[in-house]
Structure formats: C-alpha cells, structure tokens
Write a protein that binds this ligand. Structure first.
Ligand code: SME
Length: 153
C-alpha cells in the first residue's frame, strides 16, 4: 500500500463539492504522484456506454461501448483488469501510442457501475501488486461517497 497517496486521495475525496471536481483532482493526484504514467482518467457509465470524464494525458477516445477495449472488458467482468503488455491484448484501444501497460478498475456503488478508472503507462508491466491495491482502495473510498453528491451542481 502506498499510504501517502491513499491518505492524500482520501482528503480530496472528502472535500467534495461535486463528483466532477473529485474525479478531476484524483486524476491529477495519481498522474502527478506515481511515476511512469502517461494517462490517468475516468470513463463514466451513462447506462449505454462509457463516456470520457476528467483525465490527465493526451486527448482520448470520447466513447467506449461495453464490448470494446480494456475498459469494456472491465465493465463486463466488473473487476480490475490489468494488462502488462497492451500489444498482446486482442482488443486494446490505443489512445496514446506510447502506452505499454494498462490498469482499469471498475467503480461500483451499491451494485451499480458508475464508470471505470483507467491508467496507462509507457512502461511494460508497470503496475505491481502494491500499486494496484492502492488504486483499488482509492476507488473504494471514492464510490462510498460519490453517489451521494451532485455530478456538477
Ligand atoms: N486503452 C483503453 C482506451 C482508453 S485510453 O487508454 C485512454 C481501452 O482499451 O479500453
């Protein structure tokens, strides 16, 4: 566990005027604090597909259907999907050609899938057990509060 990252994330999650602002701050925090990342962001579930939310990194695809990409796989499986080498994944959607490994974590609140947190790295096999557990704990903390606050206003 990266306790410092988790504790800072908790503070950002607790200071929560809107979902949008929490997502934006968490994307920035993770992107800034963990080395060797090139994209960190949220894809939000509108009930029919995933829609691009707040992120750090290069512009990315704005819609992902549930049957496409690593993000879609995460939605279908409803658990964390870690791809150590995106070039070996049969349906990886390349938003940034620099990406080599990818971690996607589902955001599930009371059984409802709110979206996914998607993290890309320019290094193969970037995500160790410790990092994955830390990000999963941050998402767990996030989904505990995010459903009770307005999305924007
Ligand atoms: N690689 C993702 C698409 C989103 S970008 O990485 C930002 C996927 O395969 O679903």
């Amino acid at each position: 566990m990266n306790n410092q990252l988790f504790e800072t994330a908790k503070i950002l999650i607790q200071d929560h005027p809107t979902q949008l602002s929490v997502y934006a701050n968490l994307a920035s925090l993770i992107y800034g604090e963990l080395p060797n990342l090139n994209w960190v962001g949220f894809y939000l579930n509108d009930g029919n597909r995933l829609i691009l939310g707040p992120f750090m990194g290069k512009p990315a695809t704005t819609e992902i259907s549930y049957d496409r990409g690593v993000c879609g796989e995460c939605v279908r499986k409803r658990h964390t999907v870690y791809v150590p080498d995106v070039h070996l994944h049969p349906d990886h959607i390349a938003c940034d050609a620099a990406s080599e490994s990818e971690l996607v974590i589902p955001m599930i609140s009371n059984g409802v899938l709110l979206g996914v947190l998607d993290i890309d790295s320019p290094k193969k096999d970037r995500f160790d057990h410790n990092t994955i557990k830390t990000i999963e704990k941050i998402v767990e903390e996030l989904v505990n509060v995010v459903d009770n606050i307005p999305f924007f206003k």
